[in-house]
Design a binder for this molecule. Structure first.
Ligand SMILES: NC(=O)c1ccc[n+]([C@@H]2O[C@H](COP(=O)([O-])OP(=O)(O)OC[C@H]3O[C@@H](n4cnc5c(N)ncnc54)[C@H](OP(=O)(O)O)[C@@H]3O)[C@@H](O)[C@H]2O)c1
Length: 240
């Protein structure tokens, strides 16, 4: 059976590569791409929608503009913020903590994806495996936190992981074939990683295409016992 996918944050480095890889897959019938700015024309296989995940009404309107009775086999949330061109940058120390910046990072990385879940979960396919994947980060793991710092980004991804677990528990009752996962894409060349890429050894900095291919392999292998968990690009489970 042909598959239908939704990519939220499809203009980002990883979101775009996920879309490009799905586009080449014959089993994929149509991709619904959601981003703040539309750069693409619609085709038989690609439909574009505006979304701002910081605004609940925008998410609601994007969903309302979809064809009636549409069901997704895959929803992939690829949005996120680590820094911006103004004043947001990961905190190195307690003195860098600032309530406005903290709220912005939590809004984009936790609240936005949670609201995307609220409006897109009812659109998941039923009666067959469907997957709702969120890009998370290894630094969201409390177990793995050896270095400290990056207060807002770490906390936003830790909270996202908790939301993913909650979705998995609640939706099991109504859609037992739906799988919710957080995915760590590796360190990937993008706007988000740009200020930090000099700290990464060359062969450890993935192209978005390589990361997307590995993430789609992980998704293909997922089983219902994996719901609520966090996995890295190579299939390794990341502890909460
Ligand atoms: N790159 C890495 O090394 C790495 C490592 C670990 C985890 N991750 C995670 O992977 C995800 C994607 O990162 P990336 O490297 O692909 O970064 P990216 O190229 O900067 O993409 C981030 C995307 O998020 C979108 N976005 C931000 N705020 C939004 C909003 N309010 N509404 C809608 N879209 C919004 C941006 O949209 P616009 O195009 O409109 O700006 C952009 O497309 C993030 O969650 C990040 O935390 C990345």
């Amino acid at each position: 059976m042909k598959k239908i996918a939704a990519i939220i944050g499809s203009n980002g480095a990883i979101g775009n590569s996920i879309s490009e890889n799905l586009l080449k897959d014959d089993i994929v019938d149509c991709i619904y791409k959601f981003s703040r700015k539309i750069n693409d024309k619609d085709t038989d296989k690609v439909k574009n929608f505006v979304i701002d995940i910081e605004d609940e009404d925008s998410i609601k309107e994007a969903v309302q503009s979809l064809p009636d009775n549409i069901k997704f086999d895959l929803v992939f949330v690829a949005t996120g913020i680590l820094h911006n061109d103004d004043d947001i940058f990961p905190e190195k120390s307690i003195r860098d903590i600032n309530s406005i910046k903290l709220k912005k990072v939590l809004l984009v990385n936790t609240i936005g994806p949670t609201l995307v879940g609220k409006y897109f979960i009812p659109l998941l396919q039923k009666g067959t495996k469907s997957t709702f994947a969120f890009l998370s980060a290894r630094v969201g793991s409390i177990t793995d936190n050896k270095l400290g710092g990056w207060y807002s980004y770490r906390a936003s991804k830790t909270a996202l992981n908790q939301i993913i677990k909650n979705f998995s528990i609640e939706v099991k009752r109504t859609n037992p074939d739906a799988i919710f996962v957080g995915l760590q894409p590796g360190t990937v060349k993008s706007y988000l990683s740009k200020p930090f890429e000099k700290n990464v050894k060359d062969n450890k900095l993935f192209t978005p295409d390589y990361s997307a291919k590995k993430l789609l392999e992980v998704i293909a292998e997922l089983d219902i016992k994996d719901t609520g968990k966090i996995f890295a690009w190579n299939g390794e489970e990341i502890q909460p």
